[in-house]
Ligand binder design. Structure first.
Ligand code: ATR
Length: 269
């Protein structure tokens, strides 16, 4: 098995640690490389990967959208999300997948008892990550999603994923809606190391609501710490990163790997 992750810059990527861990754990002969590709070189460098007999690669910032046009086929999720994070190369053809929504949902499933079917959810943010999160929540049959973003037009664009289920609320009024939700998700970059704080007062949050953050540096964001103090159940964001990698590894090797504590410790260290 020969795979890697493409991005620019690429030094921050945790994917080599994750896939390297699974290659060892499952005793699979293979290599996983960090591949820096500048946006202007995307097409030519991908050709090199095909010629070098890669089985596929993961895709990270800033290529997730631009790779779509270079794929020969896309799975339904990648089509709907409009972005690809995993490519399988077969007979010189590129098959694009998106496993971010899977990663988000599997993280909640593994680390909480939340029933998403019929639930009422608030999603903060309307960037690329929000699109995958919304797709996952809709696929899991959430009944209502309150979507809010600093820039409302971006939320309006995402509403087209399901106009009947996604309701847009004003960014400055989000606290008013916290009392009857089952799940609060932060998909913004607020609260991430070197980014501004996410300012939200959780006092009126439903005590039974689960709170999750896709930010995982720091692992315990201020949002999660406040939620915990408030008595709410929390799920950290690192699991989304780990779980999104599983279907990629499975597609390249035939082995569906598990997320375990040793892997989590390795990625966080
Ligand atoms: P990603 O692909 O990780 O989702 P992105 O597409 O750049 O990254 O989205 C970043 C998200 O964080 C957006 O929802 C953004 O809000 P805007 O659409 O208004 O830019 C949100 N975000 C970033 N900085 C923010 C800030 N200072 N205040 C409020 N929201 C912010």
């Amino acid at each position: 098995m020969k795979a890697g992750v493409i991005g620019y810059p690429i030094s921050h990527s945790k994917s080599p640690i994750i896939h390297g861990y699974w290659l060892d754990k499952y005793n699979i002969n293979g290599t996983y490389h960090s591949i820096e590709i500048k946006p202007e070189d995307l097409k030519s460098k991908i050709k090199n990967l095909i010629n070098d007999n890669y089985n596929g690669f993961n895709v990270t910032v800033p290529h997730k959208e631009n790779i779509v046009a270079l794929c020969d086929e896309l799975d339904d999720t990648a089509k709907k999300i409009g972005a690809v994070n995993t490519v399988v190369i077969k007979d010189g053809k590129l098959y694009g997948k998106n496993t971010d929504a899977f990663g988000f949902i599997e993280n909640l499933k593994q680390n909480s008892k939340i029933v998403l079917n019929g639930s009422k959810i608030m999603v903060l943010g309307a960037g690329g990550a929000a699109r995958a999160v919304l797709y996952g929540l809709l696929d899991a049959d959430a009944s209502e999603i309150l979507l809010t973003n600093r820039t409302m037009e971006k939320a309006v664009t995402l509403q087209s994923l399901s106009p009947s289920k996604i309701k847009i609320i004003d960014w400055v009024e989000k606290e008013k809606y916290l009392s009857d939700i089952n799940l609060l998700v932060n998909t913004t970059s607020l609260g991430m190391k070197n980014q501004p704080a996410l300012e939200i007062n959780l006092q009126s949050l439903n005590k039974n609501a689960l709170v999750t953050d896709i930010v995982y540096v720091p692992l315990m964001t201020d949002l999660l710490t406040c939620a915990q103090i408030n008595g709410n159940e929390i799920v950290t964001g690192i699991g989304m990163l780990l779980h999104q990698a599983r279907p990629a590894f499975a597609a390249w090797t035939g082995v569906m790997p598990a997320v375990d504590n040793d892997l989590m410790a390795k990625v966080l260290s």
